[in-house]
Design a protein around this ligand. Structure first.
Ligand code: SF4
Ligand code: SF4
Ligand code: FES
Length: 260
């Protein structure tokens, strides 16, 4: 067989057209109002690509972390709206899909250096938090299972530390804000609380301050210049041969202590 003929029968799997198990069932799904028959095992994101669409927005990490793919759907004949991440949710029969690539939430402008970690500061920048009616719709919309109403209520009480901790897993998808009858931009409120918490409430790490001083004094300039001069192969070799910190690193130190 010639090389050309061999090439013709090669099957190349792409991210857009996954190889499906034999006999894979297809189900009707509506995208942009149009009906498609799509393999039932695909995530919403893969199903949309399988239908022939290409994402240039509303898709990022594909791993449930970046918050770029919030999706709203309704199952035909059911009144209820559902929410989730397109990269993490498997399609269902008669799903009517709508992607929300960006939610235009109000974002306060502030200088973190000039603030204090108090409830008054949060309420001054986001006064709408005081309009929360306690409906809990935000919590029900959250694909990360965060108690969204609780972190907003913590912010209302002036408990910045609790608001920061409860909201820690927020991926800024905006689904909570799309549903809130009080027009609250939850994820921006949460981000402000985490910034205040990190800057003013959490104790400073002494070893980190020492390391920052060393960096500013130029301790690592030489090694960074050496790395920048290396070619791809040399960098790869360095990476593969590096000393790796064990999972339980209590008391561990590298053999080469040059850069400690
Ligand atoms: S959706 Fe809005 S009003 Fe309802 S509990 Fe959440 S923050 Fe409060
Ligand atoms: S809190 Fe809001 S923005 Fe954050 S992950 Fe949950 S729904 Fe998305
Ligand atoms: S693509 Fe990043 S969360 Fe879905």
């Amino acid at each position: 067989m010639s090389a050309q003929a061999t090439k013709k029968i090669e099957v190349i799997a792409s991210g857009d057209r996954p190889i499906l198990p034999e006999g894979a069932r297809t189900v009707p799904v509506y995208i942009m109002g149009k009906k498609y028959l799509l393999p039932e095992t695909l995530t919403i994101q893969k199903a949309i690509e399988y239908a022939g669409y290409q994402f240039i927005r509303a898709c990022g990490c594909r791993g449930g972390i970046c918050g770029a793919c919030p999706t709203v759907w309704r199952i035909q004949g059911d009144f209820q709206l559902h929410f989730g991440l397109a990269c993490q949710t498997v399609i269902q029969e008669n799903m009517i899909l709508a992607q929300i690539p960006f939610f235009p939430a109000n974002k306060a402008v502030y200088d973190l250096e000039a603030l204090e970690a108090t409830g008054e500061v949060v309420a001054a920048l986001y006064p709408e938090i005081m309009k929360c009616v306690g409906c809990n719709t935000c919590t029900r919309a959250c694909p990360m299972d965060i108690d969204v109403m609780e972190y907003i209520n913590a912010a209302m009480r002036g408990d910045v530390a609790r608001a920061a901790r409860v909201s820690f897993d927020c991926i800024q998808c905006g689904l909570c804000s799309a549903r809130c009858p009080a027009q609250i931009a939850h994820y921006h409120v949460a981000q402000l609380c985490r910034r205040l918490y990190g800057k003013y409430i959490l104790p400073r790490a002494a070893h980190l301050e020492k390391r920052v001083e060393e960096i500013q004094a130029g301790k690592y300039d030489g090694v960074l210049e050496d790395l920048a001069r290396m070619d791809h192969e040399e960098l790869r070799k360095r990476y593969v041969e590096r000393e790796i910190e064990p999972l339980d690193s209590t008391g561990w130190e590298p053999e080469d202590k040059t850069y400690l």
